[in-house]
Design a protein around this ligand. Structure first.
Ligand SMILES: Cc1ncc(COP(=O)(O)O)c(C=O)c1O
Length: 512
């Protein structure tokens, strides 16, 4: 292949030279500071078509070095238009998250050190800081000393590790040594979780050979909380039918409605039937940082393991999931496998994080959490979360006071589930199950889908949706560190005005 003269960006064969790093580093920091100061200049949701960004990028890699100016120029020209701005203060979709200043600086340092904390000795600071910040977080959540932690990338992986540990303690199973397929000597395993649990629980069960049929989804009550009576009945029925119940996953802050399963009652059942209790508090756990919200983790002190995600509501750039286990030796039994080339002399005196999960490599994620905790302080973090809870209550009150809206779930945290429901259609819904009520429900689903699309298309706010009892449900999730009441008020204004307009335009004649 013919190549032009080799220009190595002036760096010889080594890395970018320190002066260039300093120059472009400052430039990028300026860029980021400006971006974070004015995220509202961008539409929240990227307004691009599938393939549009790709079409602006060359098909082949650059043959030679390109000037940094050109790369930074393309950041604005090509990349930014395809960004959905999770940092936008009117990002109300899924769970609002934040790349906070100290968290971003922590990420920068993490990349700069570029250590792999797989073993204590491959970076003692990374291991020991992780132990310390996880213990700080444990204290902030009000969990007992018996909980020790490891930082994973995501809650999905943390819950997978929990289910693996639960499987490890099933007597006689020896899944680690013997595997599960082709073994007539072992009963089929059963894991219980609510019908509102996050899909990651089922995925974990799939990966670990429990299978989708091995996951029994327990019905929830009117507030979308797991029904402990239904759980006990399911366990008893399964035992009779020859299944081996082994694990219950309770959720504190379910994904759709943020409901809180009754962990104390579930813990009683786990104790009675000798089942591993894992708590998925990926989102809701953060609220326990507030003394007045500690109760959301009631009963969790009796759990065998618990996950909470600082990358959801603790102002930590994605990714960082804190996984706690009261039996680290079980986790180690499930995962530790030490080849000759990774043996070290320190033995039990240190933590080697590679022993507590699937992957060998271990990022220095603790650094960003440390910087966030120190920069904002426990009080500062609590004050921000408190404000989010307050704004959610305000939005909830607006929904409740509006005759053309209907709230569809309680609001234990900072997510409000609701829908547009024009006042004159309310009466027609009361005779549920009738043909007319069904027609109204179908129309309301179409109306709310259109409303979500219309509001998101404005670029001024972004919400996501779910379905509750078949109803299209809009979710307004507050969690971004820059969100103020004005942003919430503007979202409400948009929802009200577009809702009224769409109802005028789309209502079928039969429902007029
Ligand atoms: C309750 C709950 N658990 C687990 C997850 C999965 O989180 P992650 O993306 O960290 O795997 C989510 C994601 O929203 C969640 O809401």
């Amino acid at each position: 292949m013919a190549r032009g003269p080799v220009d190595l960006n002036g760096a010889g064969l080594g890395d970018m030279d320190p002066e260039a790093f300093r120059k472009y580093g400052y430039q990028l920091i300026d860029w980021i500071a400006e971006y974070l100061a004015h995220p509202e200049r961008y539409p929240v949701l990227a307004h691009v078509q599938p393939g549009e960004i790709r079409a602006k990028l060359p098909e082949a890699p650059p043959e030679g070095p390109e000037p940094m100016e050109a790369i930074l120029h393309d950041l604005d020209r090509v990349i930014v238009p395809g960004i959905t701005h999770w940092n936008h203060p009117a990002f109300f979709g899924y769970f609002g998250i934040s790349g906070s200043g100290p968290g971003i600086l922590g990420e920068l340092l993490c990349a700069a050190f570029n250590v792999n904390a797989m073993l204590w000795k491959t970076s003692p600071s990374a291991t020991e800081l992780e132990e310390v910040v996880l213990d700080w977080l444990r204290q902030m959540l009000g969990l007992p000393l018996s909980f020790t932690g490891v930082i994973n990338d995501t809650a999905s992986i943390s819950s997978l590790c929990a289910i693996a540990a639960a499987r490890e303690v099933v007597p006689g199973l020896k899944a680690r040594q013997e595997g599960l397929p082709g073994r007539p000597d072992v009963p089929r395993l059963r894991l219980y979780t609510s019908e509102q649990a996050h899909s990651s629980i089922e995925k974990g069960a799939i990966v670990l050979g429990v299978g989708q049929e091995g996951v029994r989804k327990i019905r929830t009550d009117v507030a979308f909380r797991m029904d402990p009576e239904a759980l006990e009945a399911a366990i008893a029925q399964d035992l009779k039918a020859g299944w081996r119940p082994f694990c219950v996953v309770a959720t504190v802050g379910t994904t759709s409605t943020t409901s809180i399963d009754p962990v104390p009652e579930i813990a009683d059942l786990c104790h009675r039937y000798n089942l591993w209790l894992h708590v998925d508090a990926a989102y809701g756990g953060a609220a326990a940082v507030l003394p007045e919200m500690r109760h959301v983790l009631d009963g969790c002190e009796r759990a065998d393991s618990l996950v909470m995600n600082p990358h959801k509501w603790l102002f930590t750039p994605i990714d960082l999931s804190a996984f706690y286990c009261r039996h680290p030796e079980v986790l180690k039994r499930a995962f530790s496998l030490v080849p000759d080339y990774l043996r070290t002399a320190e033995g039990e005196a240190v933590t080697n994080y590679m022993d507590y999960g699937v992957q060998l490599g271990h990022r220095f994620r603790a650094l960003k959490l440390w910087m966030i905790f120190r920069y904002f302080g426990w009080d500062g973090i609590a004050a921000r979360i408190r404000e989010h809870l307050r704004m959610a209550q305000t939005f909830m009150a607006w929904v409740d006071a509006d005759p053309d809206s209907e709230r569809l779930a309680p609001v234990p945290f900072s997510v409000v589930c609701f829908r547009a429901r024009p006042r004159d259609l309310a009466d027609r819904l009361t005779s549920a199950g009738t043909q007319e009520a069904q027609e109204v429900e179908r129309y309301l689903n179409l109306l709310n889908e259109a409303l979500l699309e219309a509001v998101n298309q404005t670029g001024e706010a972004f919400l996501s949706s779910t379905r509750l009892h078949g109803r299209v449900t809009l979710r307004l999730a507050i969690g971004n560190i820059r969100t103020t009441k004005a942003h919430v008020a503007r979202a409400w204004e948009l929802l009200r005005s577009h809702g009224a307009r769409l109802d005028r335009e789309r209502r079928p004649p039969t429902l007029r």
